[in-house]
Design a protein around this ligand. Structure first.
Ligand code: ZN
Length: 217
C-alpha cells in the first residue's frame, strides 16, 4: 500500500482517496490511477450508490397528497376537538370508519349513531379495554346496529382514527373521550386528502381482518 507523502494539496487528496478506496477493495491498483481517472471512478461509485439509497427510501413511510393544502388542527384542553369531530361526522354522507382506543365521549358517540341512522355505512373497531370500560360507547354503538369489532391482536389498539367518506382523516393524540376534551393535553388533525384516506382505509381494513365482532353487553 502506498504511503502518504505530502507534495501538493491536490496530490494529497488523491493519495488519501486512493489509499482508502484501495484498502476497501483490498488492492493497490488504484494508486496507479491519474487524478482524472480517480474522479471518474468516484463519480461512477456515487452513481452506483445513489439508486441503493433510493431503494432504501422506498421502504420508508407512505406519503400522501393533501388535496386543498389545508389541515385543521385543534389542541386540548377545551380547544374545540370534540366540536370539530362532531361537525365532521354530521357532514358524513357515505362511509365512516372508526378505529379507537378509548371511546367514551357521549357527543361523539351520538354523532356516530346519527350518521348511521341517516344511512352512512358506519363500522367501528375498538380496543379490547372497551369491553369492560365503565363509560364505553361500545355498547351504545353496537346496540344501535352499527357493526362493531374488538381488535385484541395488540397489547393496546392505540389508534384514534376516523375516516369519513374516503376523503377526510381525523387523527392525533385525542382519544374520543370527555377527559381528552376537558383535562388532557392533546392534539387533533382534520385532514382532507383522498390519497391519505386511502392509506388509512387500507390500514383500518388490515385491523378489521383480525378483529372480532362485538355484540354489546
Ligand atoms: Zn389490529
Amino acid at each position: 500500500m502506498k504511503t502518504y507523502s505530502s507534495e501538493r494539496g491536490r496530490d494529497h487528496g488523491r493519495n488519501v482517496i486512493g489509499d482508502r478506496v484501495g484498502c476497501a477493495l483490498g488492492g493497490s491498483w488504484l494508486n496507479s490511477m491519474t487524478e482524472k481517472e480517480m474522479r471518474r471512478f468516484v463519480l461512477m461509485l456515487v452513481m452506483l450508490l445513489i439508486p441503493l439509497g433510493c431503494q432504501r427510501n422506498q421502504a420508508g413511510p407512505a406519503t400522501a397528497k393533501v388535496s386543498d393544502g389545508n389541515i385543521a388542527v385543534y389542541f386540548s384542553p377545551n380547544g374545540g376537538c370534540t366540536d370539530a369531530i362532531v361537525k365532521a361526522l354530521d357532514g358524513a354522507k357515505s362511509t365512516l370508519l372508526v378505529h379507537a382506543y378509548s371511546f367514551t365521549s357521549a357527543p361523539i358517540a351520538k354523532a356516530v349513531v346519527d350518521a348511521h341512522k341517516r344511512g352512512v355505512k358506519v363500522q367501528v373497531i375498538l380496543d379490547k379495554s372497551q369491553r369492560t370500560e365503565k363509560y364505553s360507547s361500545a355498547d351504545f354503538v353496537a346496540h344501535a346496529g352499527i357493526p362493531t369489532f374488538i381488535d385484541e391482536k395488540h397489547q393496546i389498539a392505540h389508534n384514534k382514527i376516523m375516516i369519513i367518506d374516503g376523503e377526510t382523516v381525523i387523527t392525533g393524540s385525542f382519544n374520543f373521550t370527555k377527559s381528552a376534551e376537558e383535562h388532557n393535553a392533546e392534539n387533533l388533525l382534520v385532514i382532507r386528502s383522498k390519497d391519505l384516506a386511502e392509506k388509512y382505509t387500507a390500514n383500518w381494513q388490515a385491523h378489521a381482518e383480525h378483529s372480532v365482532e362485538y355484540q354489546g353487553r
